[in-house]
Design a protein around this ligand. Structure first.
Ligand SMILES: Cc1cc2nc3c(=O)[nH]c(=O)nc-3n(C[C@H](O)[C@H](O)[C@H](O)COP(=O)(O)O)c2cc1C
Length: 247
């Protein structure tokens, strides 16, 4: 089978958390954003806005909110991706339809739009030899982030992204085998038990033998811990205050 350069780039993805002190030219950054915008968009609402954060003081504040993630300070670029229904609301008002009412469906559509734009940007950056990492840690305190960036209602920060030139080459993390996530015609519940067990064994060897940050763990241990630690119970009331996820 022909593996195209795009596929090769996709299959080589690994998050980068160490960056060289080398800037990304602004024209390059703008082209990356254009690549992001080329993603499909639910009903063409284009519900993504990106805040480029350049001030060191602001970066420091954001890195603290994210739990002390130093790479937020060090990356050549740091972007905050917002789900943005403000322009959609403006269209509704202009058309005499009134304000948005916080429907869950609109929240999902906007959040999906943001994820598609962001992944396209990261992939385009990786195709040029750059690297990056998503920063969901900004949702530890989304109100502080929203105040800092002066986000209006109908807009919320979904995640950040560090982008820059890699100063480390971490290993590619093995994913679940395709057959674990690809179901044919019906959901095959019986796959879960043995597939996850087999993957845990694979991930255990990966964590023990990878080139840096070795540890004794597996996917189930990591995942169970992550979802316990990251409940972010403030999210629903935060989103409600922004006029989102109300019905
Ligand atoms: C929405 C989202 C939020 C994330 N948040 C963080 C984060 O706050 N800090 C971090 O270091 N990595 C973060 N990551 C990166 C994941 O930990 C990483 O993608 C995952 O472990 C797989 O590793 P890989 O990207 O190297 O393949 C995030 C990834 C996504 C998709």
């Amino acid at each position: 089978m022909n593996i195209t350069p795009v596929m090769k780039t996709m299959l080589s993805h690994r998050s980068i958390r160490k960056f060289a002190e080398k800037p990304i030219d602004i024209e390059v950054l703008e082209k990356l954003v254009e690549c992001g915008q080329a993603a499909a968009s639910s009903s063409f609402i284009q519900a993504c806005s990106i805040i480029r954060v350049t001030g060191l003081g602001d970066r420091q504040k954001i890195s603290e909110v994210a739990g002390g993630q130093q790479w937020v300070n060090e990356a050549a670029e740091f972007l905050i991706f917002c789900a943005d229904l403000k322009r959609v609301e403006r269209a509704c008002l202009q058309q005499g339809e009134g304000k948005l009412e916080g429907y869950t469906e609109h929240f999902i559509a906007a959040t999906v739009d943001v994820a598609l734009v962001a992944e396209n940007i990261l992939l385009a950056a990786e195709s040029l030899g750059m690297g990056g990492v998503f920063i969901g840690g900004i949702r530890n305190d989304p109100q502080v982030i929203s105040d800092l960036l002066e986000l209006p209602d109908q807009v919320y920060p979904v995640f950040g992204m560090c982008l820059g030139w890699p100063a480390a080459e971490p290993d590619v993390k093995p994913r679940f085998p395709v057959q674990t996530i690809l179901h044919t015609n019906r959901y095959q519940l019986e796959k879960i038990e043995k597939d996850v067990e087999a993957y845990d064994e694979k991930m255990q060897s990966y964590y023990e033998s990878r080139s840096g940050n070795t540890r004794v763990s597996d996917w189930s241990t990591q995942t169970a811990q992550a979802v316990q630690m990251k409940k972010r119970e403030h999210m629903l009331s935060f989103l409600n205050k922004r006029g989102l996820l109300k019905k």
